[in-house]
Design a protein around this ligand. Sequence first.
Ligand code: NAD
Length: 521
Amino acid sequence: MAQPLRLEPRPVIEIHSPATLNKIGEVTIDAAADVRAAIATARAAFRQWSTLDFKQRANVLLSARDLLLARQEDIIQTICAENGKPRMEAISEFFYVCDVITFYAKQAKRFLKPERVTPHLLRNKKVAVHYEPRGVIGLITPWNFPFILTIGEAIPALMAGNAVVIKPSEWTPLIAKLGCEILQQAFTKAGLPAEILQVVNGYGETGGALVDEADMIAFTGSVNTGKRIAERAAKRLIPVSLELGGKDPMIVCRDADVERAANAAVWGAFTNSGQVCISVERVYVDESIADEFTKRVVEKTKQLRQGIDEKNSEQRVDVGAMTFPRQIETVEDHVNDAKAHGATILTGGQRNPNLSGRFYEPTVLANVDHSMKIMTEETFGPVLPIMRVKNEDEALRLANDSIYGLNASVWTKDKTKGERLAAQVEAGMICVNDVLVGFAVTDAPSGGLKESGIGKRHGAHGIRRFCHEQVIITDRFGLKREMIWYPYTAQTERLMLRVLGALFSTRLSQKLKALLGDKNK
Ligand code: NAD
């Protein structure tokens, strides 16, 4: 990135591991001028990148995938170090990014090929919709999946022919930097400008500067920031996609497979320390199986191992640290609020006293209801509140009693009933007898309703959102003059009225009358 001339050293953000609290790196903060410079070089790079065909772009990204695979261990360790997650979860992030490269390298051409439209009226025109790259896409991203939501999110934008500038979370910028450097190697190896993909660092101000310069913003993060970004983007009338928070319900019916549902609840609530936008954040379980389900959930939760993975040891942990200091305070606030309103802590309920980093114990709560924050606000931490319900109707009503509508799950051995119930949940993606798997289905649109956001990632939509639709209409017959062109005459007016009547009258007799001309008119 071309740097403007500076006389003073740039301020830095120090990065500390949430698991050890040790400093692990730092990044310099980019001011608005730096962001402008990045966008300018990205725009120049875009002009070259966008002229490549899909195969050429795919080849570059597939060679980037090879370079990523060659740096696999560095990538996994960087994710673990700055985010605090177990190795298995970092490997899942890496897996996703390799998969999303593979998927869009293969499918971009199909998703973005011009679509012929047969006009219902103007049959004398040839019409095609083309998907053209928007230019420079700005990605503003959170800390919970720092590789997936930066490099992974950039892939469809790049495959569509855009340049991309990422503003990663100030809490986890190191993996975006590493991933970007690796992709830049693939660009330069192919004789292309490295500036096709760049990273700018900083807090909200840097993100705001990106909104002021980019041609589109794809934001992933909290509802409040999403609204602020949408307002700022509105001033320039640039498109935004907003992937925001969730409060995902799990509905466990009386005929559920209790063992599978309990295993899913525990993993769905505690993976990534519950810092997943599609975590299981609340359970509604039929009262007839509630005791058995809760007993199994608590037993399984107590067996979880929390801490830090050492690569060279055979021991592995299940639950890592909490990345963001304010998030662990939110978790404490929600648990305290629930306790104050009568909830029971069945296990956990505190920071892990045996670990020095930011670890909150996997926590299961009972006797909860919708007067508590734990059932209505996004907790985004390792807490699983379980509420007993009389029946499916009550579960559905409570599941939909939320400002959010991101993901959900329904548990029943009757799959037809499961799909019927799923269709009644107000959410963008609902699993039947599964959790969190929606994000891995890169073929299908993923995103939320209500305050969970606008726009979808994945599938055809996930790449088309980074394009503008350009319609090309070609005249087929080459008449000297179209009926509605000048000069306006009484004769063409009569003709127009006949066509109008013939086309839009409902009854055949009226159509004929219009076509032949109504003598009384
Ligand atoms: P956040 O909104 O605090 O920050 C996200 C990003 O926005 C960061 O890079 C931050 O620096 C930047 N930012 C902050 N203020 C800004 C401003 N005024 N202008 C421009 N940029 C600004 O979110 P977070 O705490 O990093 O992430 C957690 C949230 O992300 C949760 O709510 C979670 O549900 C959500 N999330 C959603 C999805 C999804 O796909 N729906 C995925 C992951 C996380």
